[in-house]
Design a protein around this ligand. Structure first.
Ligand code: PGA
Length: 236
């Protein structure tokens, strides 16, 4: 299975940031053994898509609404992301689950909307620090998977992102990453790419990406600088 290295820019990036794509292209020089994806803020998708395509990368959204259109001020439909040039969309990121109160049922509806629009959903799951300390990580992630994954067959990526590892510099042990990815693999089946996310950086990427059932990474902070993102892509 070809690895997927996905950058999640979150609420970062202006038009000037498109220069990072050109810098990344210069580093990649037309070749990467991994599939490369960048999920910029929605405002940049249309402008970034041709630039990304030119360097062999793809673009994705960070969220979508379950409906295709309608009276939903401020929201963006999966069909609109597709129209702007996206091929993936992240759904159920822990920041959306926390900041916008998104339940697994809502995340599932968004994942199904992504497929309806012709996008591959990247469904995020992961436990909090308290849940891991209580030994409940598999129960929590199992429940999130049961509630959030789209029904039926179709493209799907799952991202395991422990909430306590996001933006903190902390990561689970390699053994803990391996155990959780094995657990998710049992639930998701053989054909689904399972990404690890949470403080992935150039210094730990090779070790994490070598773990069985880790099929790539979802990278936040370290995806904003072309040099760091390139180092992670090279580690895959
Ligand atoms: P981080 O974020 O790499 O900055 O920890 C990962 C994510 O939230 O997708």
């Amino acid at each position: 299975m070809k690895s997927l290295i996905a950058g999640n820019w979150k609420m970062n990036g202006l038009m000037a940031s498109l220069a990072e794509i050109e810098r990344l292209g210069g580093l990649l020089k037309g070749g990467a053994s991994a599939e490369v994806l960048i999920c910029p803020p929605a405002t940049l998708i249309a402008a970034m898509a041709p630039a990304a395509r030119a360097i062999g990368a793809e673009v994705g959204g960070q969220d979508c609404h379950p409906k295709a259109s309608g009276a939903h001020t401020g929201d963006i439909a999966a069909e609109m992301l597709k129209d702007a040039g996206a091929s993936y969309v992240i759904v159920g990121h822990s920041e959306r689950r926390a900041d916008h109160g998104e339940s697994s049922a809502v995340v599932k509806a968004k994942a199904e909307a992504a497929r309806r629009a012709g996008l591959t959903p990247i469904v995020c799951v992961g436990e909090t620090e308290a849940e891991r300390r209580a030994g409940k990580q598999e129960a929590v992630v199992g429940e999130q998977l049961a509630g959030s994954l789209p029904d039926g067959a179709g493209p799907l990526v799952i991202a395991y992102e422990p909430v306590w590892a996001i933006g903190t510099g902390l990561t689970p042990t390699i053994e803990d990453i391996a155990a959780m990815h094995r657990f998710i693999r049992q639930k998701a089946g053989a054909g689904v790419r399972i990404l690890y996310g949470g403080s992935v950086k150039p210094s730990n990427a090779a070790e994490i990406l070598a773990v069985e059932d880790v099929n790539g990474a979802l990278v936040g902070g370290a995806s904003l600088k072309a040099d760091d993102f390139y180092a992670i892509i090279s580690a895959a």
